[in-house]
Design a protein around this ligand. Structure first.
Ligand code: ZN
Length: 272
């Protein structure tokens, strides 16, 4: 990647189009100045042989970046082997869907600790990630927002070192919520990027996938998304750190205002 792209999660909300779909959504999002969309495969893989051609056409014509968010029912550390298998299948199916439209990254939350120790969960998840076929799409492990979920920055960075097919998705809002409001100042964001740089090298910052948005949380972690300006998420500090570290890749806005807040991020970043 040669720059930092900005985009949205799911379909835009204020296009005025009656029957908006991924293809018309891409055209609209591009027309207002954004470059990326994360398709939501959270319930099912909604790229099929029926709609793949129009989505791919819109993507190519608009020089657009596509990623997808995998199923919420992935737990690579389930107590039941069968559920671990099903989780792997869900990941593979999602990459199949994404491949049809030349998507770049599949983002997912790897699992839950359940009754296991953190080390046990780590080892099981690592073993399972190693079973995934290597392909052109990157498996992106997302930092998670709740203390019951596997996926601290440290855990995921370590997995990315050990499993070649995996890359990082830093969800700054999740890190903030998981720490009960821990990311306050520029330095808090800079520290994260410095850590990734030291552990994974410059290549990680040259192709990073990022989520951010306003977030509501308590001591247990994330509760729900909020509009940026109605939250305490220091998006200016975050964007400034991304700029200073010359991070390239893709920033996906998650939140109820969708493209409006994504444009706020992009326009803020531009003038920093
Ligand atoms: Zn997520």
């Amino acid at each position: 990647m040669n720059r930092l792209l900005f985009g949205i999660s799911g379909l835009p909300i204020s296009s005025g189009l009656k029957n908006i779909n991924y293809a018309t959504g891409i055209e609209y999002v591009k027309s207002i100045g954004l470059d990326a969309m994360e398709l939501l495969f959270v319930r099912n893989v909604n790229v099929t042989d029926k709609n793949k051609d129009i989505i791919l056409k819109a993507k190519l014509e608009n020089d657009f970046y596509l990623s997808a968010h995998g199923s919420h029912y992935i737990n690579l550390n389930s107590d039941e082997d069968e559920k671990q298998e099903q989780s792997l299948e869900r990941i593979i199916k999602a990459t199949d869907g994404l491949a049809k439209i030349k998507g770049k990254s599949l983002i997912f939350h790897p699992g839950f600790y359940l009754k296991d120790t953190k080390q046990e969960a780590y080892d099981t998840i690592k073993e399972n990630l190693r079973k995934l076929p290597s392909r052109e799409i990157d498996y992106r492990l997302e930092t998670t927002g709740k203390s019951t979920q596997f996926g601290t920055l440290e855990e995921l960075v370590s997995l990315c070192k050990e499993v070649k097919s995996c890359k990082l998705c830093i969800d700054f809002s999740h890190i903030h919520a998981r720490g009960n409001g821990s990311l306050k100042n520029y330095d808090d964001f800079a520290q994260i990027l410095q850590y990734v740089l030291e552990e994974l090298g410059r290549t990680a910052l040259d192709d990073l996938h990022i989520h951010m948005g306003g977030v509501n949380y308590n001591e247990k972690g994330e509760k729900n998304h909020l509009p940026l300006l109605e939250s305490d998420f220091n998006y200016v500090g975050c964007l400034k750190a991304l700029k200073d570290f010359k991070v390239k890749g893709c920033v996906i806005l998650e939140g109820p205002l969708v493209e409006k807040d994504a444009l706020l991020l992009k326009n803020t970043y531009k003038v920093l």
